[in-house]
Design a binder for this molecule. Structure first.
Ligand code: MG
Length: 375
């Protein structure tokens, strides 16, 4: 083996996918892009094909051709292809679940950014990964920070503390929160992300889902995972050990850094163009407790995670649809929590669900919210 890692990027035209390709560009000779999977942004996909010459491509507009040379496959086929060693799952919403399971089944290393995978099927994915001896490495800044804090420790941590920037409406009066427009909500103060994640960050739904992910990734009991607001976005998460000492990871809020950590792990190399922290730019690092009245989605998400079964799949689907309704001006920002809560309340749950039952619950919830949008 020549040490070149052969990878497929699922969601290559999205925010995380594009930044993954930037990291790959910064370390020439280390990676070979075997597959690129996109949704509908064929113009950008064509540019990426031109640059990286993948053997495999995937997109949703199968009537169109973007490459003469690359084979057009489904995401699942690409994720389990024999020439792929490593699969970057950067798809939005629930799209990544089946390809991720297919990749684990065929013993690919997983670099995971799609929240829905562990939220919807955390137990199933982690059990399968253990059985197949496959590593699932997080790309999200918070889970990457926790992973880095845990490296080299032999003791179990006593607490995981996830940081949240609090989004753009942390200090907005509650009565004005109801009037927020999609355009205002899409302007995140710290991170540049896709639309679903940006709105989920403004409601803290994103953080609730990250608690669920942390529970599964690190095997941490629910009561030992906390969330604090840290508006500067410099500390990416913290881990407390039994002696009360805490480790944290600090860096500029730039997704390329956690992506690089996972792609090059265990190496730490310098990418000249990536930013460094300059302490002269930082006046203070501040912390606030979360406000459940302002951010009901955080509690709703964690509760769905604790209840388990098919509830977390319903959480994902209802949230995706509610965010769509908000972005298309059908509901207000505060209604997202209501839509998700009511959908969860109307769900008939299954315990220890099979994959089919998880997908059924996901589809049920999408339809439930869609019909509601029409009401
Ligand atoms: Mg995050």
């Amino acid at each position: 083996m020549d040490g070149v890692r052969r990878l497929a990027v699922l969601g290559s035209t999205g925010s995380i996918g594009r930044q993954t390709l930037e990291v790959i560009r910064a370390f020439p000779g280390r990676f070979q892009v075997i597959g690129l999977g996109a949704g509908r942004n064929l113009a950008l996909l064509a540019e990426q094909i031109e640059e990286f010459h993948p053997k495999l491509v995937s997109h949703l507009l199968s009537a169109h051709s973007v490459s003469q040379d690359a084979e057009l496959l489904s995401l699942e086929q690409m994720a389990s292809h024999p020439e792929v060693d490593l699969v970057v799952v950067a798809t939005p919403g629930g799209i990544g679940l089946l390809p991720t399971l297919a990749a684990i089944e065929t013993k690919k290393e997983i670099l995971l950014a799609d929240k829905a995978v562990l939220v919807m099927a955390g137990e199933m994915a982690m059990t399968l990964a253990k059985q197949k001896e496959v590593r699932i490495l997080p790309l999200d800044s918070e889970h990457s920070a926790i992973w880095q804090c845990l490296e080299g420790e032999s003791q179990e941590p006593s607490r995981l503390i996830l940081t949240a920037s609090g989004g753009p409406f942390r200090n907005l009066p509650l009565d004005e929160l109801a009037q927020v427009t999609p355009e205002e909500a899409l302007k995140h103060p710290v991170w540049k992300m896709g639309p679903l994640v940006t709105i989920d960050s403004a409601t803290l739904m994103n953080k609730g889902m990250e608690v669920i992910e942390a529970h599964w990734l690190f095997g941490m009991p629910w009561e030992n995972i906390e969330v604090i607001i840290h508006p500067e976005g410099i500390i990416h998460s913290l881990v407390e050990f039994p002696d009360g000492q805490i480790k944290a990871v600090l860096s500029p809020p730039d997704m390329r850094l956690p992506i690089q950590y996972a792609l090059l792990y265990p190496d730490r190399l310098t990418a000249e163009k990536f930013p460094r922290l300059d302490f002269r730019d930082i006046n203070c690092l501040s912390f606030e407790m979360t406000d459940t009245q302002r951010f009901p989605c955080l509690e709703i998400a964690v509760e769905a995670g604790r209840m388990g079964g098919t509830y977390p799949a319903v959480l994902c689907a209802a949230d995706e649809m509610a965010v769509e309704l908000f972005l298309s001006h059908h509901i207000g920002l505060l209604d997202i929590a209501q839509v998700v809560k009511l959908t969860l309340e109307h769900h008939q749950p299954q315990n220890n669900p099979e994959l089919g039952e998880i997908m059924e619950a996901y589809t049920w919830a999408k339809e439930y919210v869609q019909n509601w949008g029409l009401r």
